[in-house]
Design a protein around this ligand. Structure first.
Ligand SMILES: NC(=O)c1ccc[n+]([C@@H]2O[C@H](COP(=O)([O-])OP(=O)(O)OC[C@H]3O[C@@H](n4cnc5c(N)ncnc54)[C@H](O)[C@@H]3O)[C@@H](O)[C@H]2O)c1
Length: 438
């Protein structure tokens, strides 16, 4: 997160928010922003819109959006890509997340958002057969076409700056290989259309070359490989990810630190959920599910640390299941069964039944990440933004390991960094923050 370019902290003009993948999450976000800026709804769940920040000792907490020079909702312009041509209004109606009473009042703005053609090959998302796809001669050509899209989008909307958040589908698990290890190898791979290079990596590469900060809301390896991390540093662009921490994993990162703090053992943690949206359909394909499973499994081990506490967590059995169940739509239901043990090894159980709404939880994360990444960009931050780990199921680190998953530590780091980015008198970090930072 080093600074090299001259910081330009003050925002100028509007901010482009580019969303590769315009599905349930993207349209729920857009609808909420359109409603909120007309004063017709409140952006609940967004730390940047509704959170507060403590200043110097003795001063009252102040709204984050006053303490920081963040782009106001009124200055956001959305741009999207998708492999289907439907407008944001049609997508939102089909997604079934929001009621017509919310969609109708901003129908004019939603129907004006039409996706640019996507970069896609069916191999990477087996359950989708897109019809709104760029014709490309190679993956290098795909990068060039996306770059032209970004330039056109900025020019047509009179924008000086933009950020991107991947809200596209989860791709099949595609392991990193030689082509991802250096910029030179990746550029060669693009020219040769190497199958190990996925569409989400192509979008990310194009964005970074255009100076557009990129966050990854899916578990794909879009921006977590050596070639792209060095590119982000060279271009002075911040990147972040991955996989929005919304329902079940968020619950896990709340509960697990509590159990550990009490030195209670965990013998098993079984998680299953049903969901019926398009994301659920994509995850019904075992290869896409594998990508998600890997992202979800890492969380508990990293919080409970069985190597350091073998007696408490060394025999923990952790299982994660996702079942595609169309009648449920976006209203996911998650069940967790936790087999824990206490004093003298006596067993106990915790059952969690979370009736959540996937996109309702994800939309404010996209907003926060977009606004914070924009500000990080203006301040000259570049490379992997580890302080945004609070928002991710599988937080990226520069070295690729050692991520912090405890949500309370993540929150402390987030707030501490936000304070350091904000206006006086919030800019100075407190002693407690300094301890968290270490
Ligand atoms: N909703 C949540 O709580 C949540 C949580 C964590 C992660 N995610 C991830 O966020 C992403 C979006 O979720 P969603 O519920 O909106 O899914 P969705 O299926 O409704 O939307 C994804 C969209 O991406 C499009 N797409 C796929 N490949 C594309 C490509 N190469 N180029 C352009 N568009 C492409 C699809 O056509 C679809 O419209 C998924 O990867 C999901 O796993 C969602």
């Amino acid at each position: 997160m080093k600074e090299t370019k001259a910081p330009t902290p003050h925002k100028r003009g509007k901010l482009g928010v580019l969303l590769p993948g315009m599905g349930a999450v993207a349209t729920t976000l857009m609808t909420g922003v359109f409603l909120s800026r007309r004063g017709l709804a409140s952006p609940t769940g967004s730390l940047t819109q509704q959170g507060t920040m403590n200043g110097k000792k003795g001063t009252a907490p102040t709204a984050v959006r006053e303490a920081m020079d963040l782009t106001p909702l009124s200055d956001i312009v959305f741009g999207t890509w998708d492999i289907f041509p439907d407008s944001a209004l049609d997508v939102a109606k089909n997604a079934g997340v929001l009621e017509t009473r919310h969609l109708d009042v901003v129908a004019d703005e939603l129907s004006a958002v039409l996706p640019m053609k996507g970069v896609f090959w069916p191999h990477y998302v087996k359950r989708l057969n897109g019809t709104h796809i760029k014709s490309v001669t190679s993956k290098a050509d795909a990068v060039e076409q996306l770059r032209r899209d970004i330039q056109r989008f900025k020019q047509e909307n009179g924008l000086e700056r933009a950020v991107a958040v991947w809200t596209g589908s989860t791709e099949v698990h595609t392991p990193l290989c030689e082509v991802h290890q250096s910029q030179q190898a990746f550029v060669r791979g693009l020219a040769e259309s190497d199958p190990a290079i996925t569409p989400s990596q192509i979008y990310a590469w194009a964005c970074i070359l255009e100076g557009v900060a990129f966050a990854n809301g899916s578990p794909n390896n879009a921006v977590d490989f050596p070639a792209i991390v060095t590119l982000a540093h060279d271009q002075g662009v911040p990147i972040a990810g991955k996989d929005f921490k919304t329902g079940q994993t968020w619950m896990k990162t709340l509960l697990a630190p509590g159990l550990k703090a009490r030195s209670l053992g965990v013998n098993g943690w079984f998680s299953t959920n049903i969901l019926g949206n398009r994301d659920g359909e994509v995850l019904d394909d075992p290869e896409s599910f594998r990508t998600k499973e890997l992202s979800k499994l890492g969380v508990l081990e990293s919080i409970l640390d069985p190597n350091q506490f073998p007696e408490l967590y060394g025999h923990m059995h952790h299982k994660v299941r996702i079942e595609y169940y169309p009648p449920r739509g976006d209203s996911k239901e998650g069940w967790d069964n936790i087999d824990l043990c206490g004093w003298l090894g006596y067993p106990m159980q915790i059952k969690v039944n979370f009736l959540c709404r996937d996109s309702i939880l994800a939309a404010p994360i996209v907003l926060d990440v977009a606004l914070l990444l924009d500000m990080a960009s203006r301040l000259g931050f570049h490379g992997t933004q580890e302080w945004l780990g609070f928002y991710w199921k599988c937080p990226m680190t520069e070295v690729g390991a050692g991520a912090e998953n405890d949500v309370f530590i993540q929150h402390g780091r987030l707030m501490s960094t936000m304070r350091s980015m904000s206006r006086e008198p919030f800019a100075s970090t407190t002693h407690a923050d300094a301890l968290i930072e270490q």
